[in-house]
Structures are given as structure tokens and as C-alpha cells.
Design a protein around this ligand. Structure first.
Ligand SMILES: C[S@@+](CC[C@H](N)C(=O)[O-])C[C@H]1O[C@@H](n2cnc3c(N)ncnc32)[C@H](O)[C@@H]1O
Length: 399
């Protein structure tokens, strides 16, 4: 394919993508529509991996013009899919790319529908200044440069190699935003305050630095997540440098900020005789179902879970909290469930209590929850910031 043909084919595929996003109601603002139409995503994703939907273990397959042909590569680039560009914080070996299993994505170009949803949620006019956390490939930074002008965009990336590739791709497209290489949890080292802050990585709580670097009345759009699952997209209005309040907008599942990933070591596993056994009305399915899983994540902010077969072959679900050395092990018991718990905190008791509050409120979806950032703590509340039930987020004051 000649360069002219490539540009023409890419522009046509971008048009199809924009039409698709518009038909699905995922892009409504003409300015963001124009940005998706104009910004060449293929400059930001010359080669990448995508997840396959084959049954069994999650598998990622490599895509590049050399591997699948230029047109098939472009079709993938302009599909509404996440294009993964790094696993486990390591560079991909593109000399002999193979399918990848059992690895965790650590950098990508997020699927366009989610990027645009977040950009629209910024509710920003053309004069807005913006800080982005998680530059990644640079594609979302480019969309913002198109909309606001590169002089108004700052983007922070923690991984130097990822940041260097993003810088080169942005420059190829004629965009020179302020790019910062460093841990975005500590802010963007701004001398002013941005009107808008957006994060395309998951965080366990809203970093206070983001409040300090956002104007009063400005907005923060970010994804809160825990080690059990993602909580979803939130939009907060900043009151001052220490306080912000907002609500969950929708589900979204970004990779966790690197500095907040769960420790590799799970800690000591409980022995067969540790803890006390009792019946419980809830089995491990409450962890896996979308809305009850959200509530369980709130109830156990530091917990992690995995399944392991017992000696008799029956599967058990372990829930461990290394912060306080508490555990809960769920086992099938006839038609019901038992839980064996130990440690200072009744982890499964917390889940039961939170699910009872949630059921009493009519089992609402996560969009009925909100988040409040205060000078020394952060909490998620249900329905009403002042009177509704609430749960603390696992954040360190002043961080
Ligand atoms: C989903 S990707 C970003 C997608 C990107 N906005 C795009 O359009 O290509 C998340 C990025 O966040 C970066 N990241 C993780 N922790 C970070 C941190 N503490 N500060 C800044 N960037 C971070 C990762 O290295 C990764 O590149």
C-alpha cells in the first residue's frame, strides 16, 4: 500500500469509527467527533496486541502490518478496541512476536468509545487547560491537543520508554503538549492549576495532588479501582485544593496505577485449622456479579481473592487481607455456603453487612454511589453524601 493509499484507507476507517460511535451515542459533541475523525490513531499504534475471545485462559495476539497486512492492521486500529502495547511493565519482543497468556497489560491505547466518553465528561470549552495522567500511546493526548491546542495540555506517564514513544508519535502528528515523565500520583508539577484533570489509569483513591493542581470549580474524571475489581468512572467537582465531591458515571476498567498494584506476595495462607466456621447466605458469586462485586470491593478495600481446590477436589474461594492478616474461606455446603474466618476483622461479615445495606436501599447500580474527598480521608457513599451509608477508601492522608 502506498502512503497515499494508507492515508486514504485510514481516513475512511476513521469515518466509519466516528459514525459507529455516534450511532451508539458514544460521541455527541461535534468537537470531539472532529478530533476522532482527524487524529491518526495508527501513528500511536504501529504494532500492538489485542485480546482474543477464544475460550479458556485470556490470550492476546500480536497485530502489525508485517504480521497481518496493512489493511487488516488498520482495520484493527480503527475498531473500538483496546490496543495493548506493554505487558507486566516489560518491553514486548517484536523480533518474534507470539501469542501471550498469563500476563497483565500495563500500557495501551484505550478503546475509543471509553476515551471519548471520558473526554465528553470533562465538559470543557476550548479555553480549558487539562492535565492527563497516563499518557500511554499518546492517542488521548492527541485528541485533547486537537480540541484545546497542545499549549493547554499536560500529560504525565510513569514509564520512560512508553513516554518516549508517545512523544515521538505526538510529534509526528504535529502536537507538542507538555509531557512529564514521572509518578502522576504526585501530580504534574504544574505552576498553575488546570481547569480539568483526567486519568486513564485506575487509582485506589483520588490523589490529593490532583486536587491541589485543579482549579476550584474544575472537574476530575478518573477511574477508581481496588484489587478485587474496578469500581468505575467518577467525575468530581473540586471545591478547593483539599475537597471534591462527585458521582460514579459508568463502569470502566483501567489498569491500576503502577505504584498501587497489589503486592506480588499474598502473604501467609491460613492453615486448615485456622479460624472459625459458620454458615453464610452469600457464596463467592457476590464477588463476581457486577453490582454486588462493587459493594464487596467497598466492604473489603485491601482484600484479594483466588480459588483453590481443597484435598477433596472441591473448589474453595479464599479472600485475604494482608494489611490486617484477616481471611475468609468460602466452601460449598449442600445447597448453601460456609465461611471459615480468622484475623482481627471479619472480612465476610463486612461483605454481609454492606450487602444488607445495599439490598435495603433496593440494590441500586453503581451510578447511585458518589465519592467525597476530604482533607484527611475519602469515602464512597450511597445516594446521599451526608446521610447515606458510606465506606472508606484505602488512601493515605496527605499523599
Ligand atoms: C490505559 S494506558 C493509557 C492510555 C492512553 N491515555 C492512550 O490513549 O493511549 C495507562 C497508562 O498509565 C500509565 N501509568 C501507570 N501508573 C502511572 C502513574 N502513577 N503515573 C503516570 N502514568 C501511569 C501506564 O504506564 C500506562 O501507559
Amino acid at each position: 500500500m502506498t502512503e497515499l493509499d494508507l492515508d486514504r484507507t485510514a481516513a475512511g476507517l476513521r469515518h466509519e469509527l466516528v459514525e459507529h460511535l455516534a450511532a451508539e451515542g458514544q460521541v455527541t459533541d461535534p468537537e470531539w467527533r472532529a478530533a476522532v475523525q482527524d487524529v491518526p490513531r495508527h501513528e500511536f499504534a504501529p504494532r500492538f496486541y489485542v485480546m482474543t475471545d477464544a475460550p479458556g485462559m485470556t490470550t492476546y495476539v500480536p497485530i502489525s502490518p508485517e504480521l497481518v497486512g496493512t489493511e487488516a492492521w488498520l482495520r484493527k486500529v480503527y475498531s473500538d478496541e483496546t490496543l495493548i502495547t506493554q505487558f507486566d511493565g516489560c518491553e514486548i519482543d517484536w523480533s518474534d512476536p507470539q501469542p501471550i497468556r498469563g500476563a497483565s497489560p500495563t500500557s495501551s491505547s484505550t478503546l475509543p468509545s471509553l476515551v471519548v466518553q471520558m473526554l465528553e465528561a470533562l465538559d470543557a470549552d476550548a479555553e480549558a487547560t487539562v492535565t492527563e495522567y497516563g499518557t500511554g500511546t499518546g492517542y488521548s493526548s492527541a485528541l485533547m491537543c486537537h480540541r484545546f491546542g497542545a499549549g493547554q495540555v499536560t500529560s504525565v506517564e510513569t514509564d520512560p520508554g512508553v513516554a518516549a514513544r508517545a512523544r515521538a508519535a505526538l510529534e509526528r502528528c504535529g502536537y507538542t503538549p507538555r509531557l512529564v515523565v514521572g509518578n502522576g500520583l504526585a501530580g504534574a508539577d504544574r505552576t498553575d492549576r488546570a481547569a480539568r484533570t483526567i486519568a486513564t489509569m485506575g487509582v485506589r483513591g483520588i490523589p490529593w495532588a490532583w486536587l491541589r493542581e485543579t482549579q476550584p470549580g474544575g472537574l476530575i474524571v478518573a477511574t477508581l479501582r481496588g484489587w478485587l475489581r474496578s469500581l468505575g468512572l467518577v467525575r468530581l467537582v473540586v471545591e478547593d485544593g483539599q475537597r471534591a465531591t462527585g458521582r460514579f458515571l459508568a463502569g470502566s476498567a483501567f489498569m491500576m496505577a503502577r505504584q498501587q498494584e497489589a503486592p506480588a506476595n499474598l502473604g501467609m495462607l491460613p492453615g486448615d485449622d485456622d479460624g472459625k466456621v459458620r454458615e453464610t447466605p452469600h457464596g463467592p458469586e457476590v464477588l463476581r456479579m457486577p453490582d454486588s462485586g462493587f459493594v464487596a470491593q467497598l466492604a473489603m478495600p485491601n482484600a484479594r481473592t483466588f480459588d483453590m481446590p481443597a484435598d477433596d477436589g472441591a473448589l474453595r474461594t479464599y479472600v485475604l487481607d494482608a494489611a490486617n492478616e484477616s481471611f475468609a474461606i468460602l466452601s460449598r455446603d449442600g445447597d448453601g455456603w460456609t465461611v471459615r474466618e480468622g484475623g482481627p476483622v471479619s472480612l465476610w461479615g463486612e461483605v454481609e453487612r454492606s450487602l444488607a445495606l445495599w439490598h435495603a436501599a433496593g440494590a441500586p447500580t453503581p451510578t447511585k454511589f458518589g465519592v467525597s474527598v476530604e482533607p484527611d480521608r475519602q469515602r464512597i457513599w450511597l445516594e446521599d453524601a451526608a446521610d447515606g451509608p458510606s465506606w472508606w477508601l484505602p488512601v493515605v492522608p496527605g499523599a
